[in-house]
Design a protein. Structure first.
Length: 476
C-alpha cells in the first residue's frame, strides 16, 4: 500500500480529493477511493481526516467492506473515544465471505494478544482456500502478524509462501531477520528492494532502522535523508534521522528534527519528550520543562501508559535538579499509581530526589528500605550506586558498589566503570586502572559512557588501557 501511495494513479486521486475539499463541493468518490484516501491520511497521522472519510464512505455506501474494515481498525487503536467496538463495524459488512472481513476478525484477535485463537482461525480458513491462492493467503496473514510485531507467527506463515521474489515477502522477511538480530542479512534484503524501487521511502526507512540497530548510525542517517528527499513529510524518516543524531550526541540538530516530527505527528508525546531530552543533555533544564509538561498531557490524553512512564520519570529528575522537590515527588506518586516501576526501584529514585535536594536523612531512609525490602537485590544496589554517584557522594557510591560486586558472580557486568570513575575522582590511580580494565572487558558501553570525556574523541574503550586518562577533570 505504501508504494501505491506514490503511484501516479493515487497522486491523481489525492489531487482530485484535495481540490474538491478546497472548493467545498465534495466531489464524487466511490467506496474504494474513499478507503484508499482514508488509509493514506492514517499513514500521515491525520486520523481526524481518516475518520471523516470513512464515515462518509459508510454513509454513502452502507455495508461496503473496506470502509467498515478500516473503521474497525481505527476503533481497534482506541484513538477516538466516540467509536464503537471494532466488531460493531464488521457486523455491518454485507459480504462476510470477503477475505478482508476474515482478515479483520483475525487482526482483532492478534491486537488483543489472542494469538493462538487467531492462528487456529487461520488454519481452519486455509482448508477452504484454493491451492492456487495459498501463497497470497499465507503472505496476507504473515503481514498481519508482522504489523503487530508478532514475528514468530509471521515467520511461520511466511515459510508457506513459495514465491520469495515478491516485494512484500522480502520486506517482511527483512523485518523478521531484524527481530532475530540478523542485521547484515536484513540490510542486504532492503538494499535489494531499493535497487528494484529506489524511490520507495518505506524501503529506505526500513533500511535506516536496520542500520541503526546494526550500530551503523551514519549510514542510517544517510538512508533517512534519502527517504526525506523522496517525501519531506515522511514521519518515520524524520524520526529515524532525529534518533540517529541523538545517538551521536548531536543534540542541537536532533532537537530540530524532533520538532519537525512533532509538526508531522501532533498526537504522539515522543517529539516533545525527545526535544526535552535533547535540551537536558545540553544542560538546558528550564527550557526542557515545558516540553516535558506537553509530553505528559499528550501521553495522558492517549492513555499511553508506557509514554506516561517515560515522561514522569524524566520530569521527576528534571524537577529535582531544579530544586522543585515537591513537584518531583508528585511525579513519583504518578509513577506509583501507574504500577510500571518496581516499588524498590521507585524508593531508590525517591532517595535520589531527597539526596539531590539535601534531605540526607530522608534519602538514607529510602535507600535502607529499598535494600531491606529487596534483600540486597543486585539491580537495586546498582541503581542506588548510580544515584548516589550522580549526586556526588563518591565514597558512598564506592561502598555500595563493593557490596554489589561481593554479591554477584563473574557474569555480572554493570557498575565497574562507575567504580573506576569514583576512584579516578578520588585520586586512586591504581584502583581506577583495575576497575577500568574490568569495565572495558565486561561492559565497554558503560566504560565509554563514564570515560569518553577523558580521552580523544576517536578513542575506543580498548584504547583506554593504553594510556592514562587526562589529568583530573571532575565529572560530578
Amino acid at each position: 500500500m505504501d508504494n501505491y501511495f506514490q503511484s501516479k494513479q493515487f497522486r491523481e486521486l489525492l489531487q482530485r480529493y484535495e481540490k474538491a475539499a478546497q472548493t467545498g463541493d465534495g466531489g464524487f468518490f466511490d467506496a474504494d477511493e474513499l478507503s484508499d484516501l482514508a488509509e493514506y491520511y492514517h499513514h500521515q497521522g491525520k486520523d481526524i481526516i481518516t475518520k471523516q472519510l470513512l464515515e462518509r464512505a459508510i454513509y454513502t455506501f452502507p455495508g461496503s467492506t473496506m470502509p467498515l474494515v478500516l473503521m474497525s481498525r481505527l476503533a481497534l487503536t482506541n484513538e477516538f473515544s466516540d467509536l464503537e467496538a471494532p466488531e460493531y463495524y464488521l457486523d455491518q459488512i454485507i459480504d462476510k465471505s470477503d477475505l478482508e472481513y476474515f482478515y479483520a476478525k483475525v487482526e482483532i484477535k492478534i491486537a488483543r494478544k489472542e494469538l493462538e485463537e487467531a492462528n487456529f482461525m487461520i488454519e481452519e480458513k486455509m482448508e477452504e482456500v484454493d491451492a492456487s491462492d495459498i501463497d497470497d493467503f499465507a503472505l496476507d496473514v504473515a503481514l498481519i502478524f508482522g504489523d503487530y510485531d508478532e514475528f514468530d507467527y509471521a515467520d511461520h506463515w511466511l515459510q508457506l509462501v513459495s514465491d520469495t521474489s515478491l516485494s512484500d515477502y522480502k520486506e517482511l522477511k527483512g523485518r523478521i531477520l531484524v527481530s532475530k538480530g540478523l542485521y547484515q542479512e536484513s540490510e542486504a534484503l532492503f538494499n535489494e528492494l531499493i535497487d528494484s524501487d529506489p524511490y520507495s521511502a518505506p524501503y529506505w526507512n526500513r533500511l535506516a532502522m536496520t542500520q541503526f540497530m546494526e550500530n551503523k548510525i551514519h549510514d542510517s542517517i544517510t538512508s533517512s535523508e534519502y527517504s526525506i528527499a523522496i517525501n519531506p513529510n515522511d514521519t518515520e524518516a524524520t524520526l529515524n534521522k532525529a534518533n540517529g543524531l541523538y545517538y551521536l550526541g548531536n543534540y542541537e540538530e536532533a532537537q530540530k528534527y524532533y520538532q519537525r516530527y512533532g509538526e508531522l505527528d501532533t498526537t504522539s508525546e515522543t517529539a516533545e519528550l525527545f526535544q526535552a531530552l535533547c535540551l537536558l543533555n545540553m544542560g538546558c533544564w528550564e527550557e526542557a520543562l515545558p516540553h516535558l509538561e506537553h509530553a505528559a498531557e499528550k501521553a495522558e490524553k492517549c492513555q499511553n501508559v508506557r509514554g506516561q512512564h517515560e515522561v514522569y520519570m524524566e520530569m521527576a529528575f528534571a524537577y529535582s535538579h531544579l530544586g522543585r522537590m515537591q513537584e518531583s515527588l508528585q511525579c513519583l506518586e504518578k509513577l506509583l499509581r501507574l504500577k510500571t516501576v518496581d516499588a524498590n526501584e521507585l524508593l531508590v529514585i525517591k532517595g535520589h530526589v531527597y539526596l539531590e535536594n539535601n534531605h540526607y536523612t530522608e534519602a538514607i531512609e529510602c535507600f535502607k528500605q529499598a535494600l531491606y525490602d529487596s534483600q540486597l537485590d543486585p539491580f537495586i544496589l546498582f541503581k542506588m550506586a548510580v544515584s548516589v554517584f550522580d549526586c556526588g557522594y563518591l565514597g558512598m557510591a564506592k561502598n555500595v558498589l563493593q557490596v554489589l560486586f561481593n554479591r554477584t558472580s563473574d557474569e555480572w557486568t554493570d557498575g565497574y566503570a562507575y567504580m573506576a570513575r569514583c576512584c579516578y575522582e578520588l585520586g586512586e590511580k591504581e584502583e581506577c586502572r583495575k576497575y577500568l580494565a574490568i569495565a572495558v572487558e565486561k561492559n565497554p558501553d558503560e566504560a565509554s559512557s563514564m570515560f569518553a570525556d577523558l580521552y580523544p574523541e576517536d578513542a575506543t574503550p580498548a584504547d583506554y588501557l593504553k594510556t592514562d586518562p587526562a589529568p583530573h577533570k571532575k565529572k560530578v
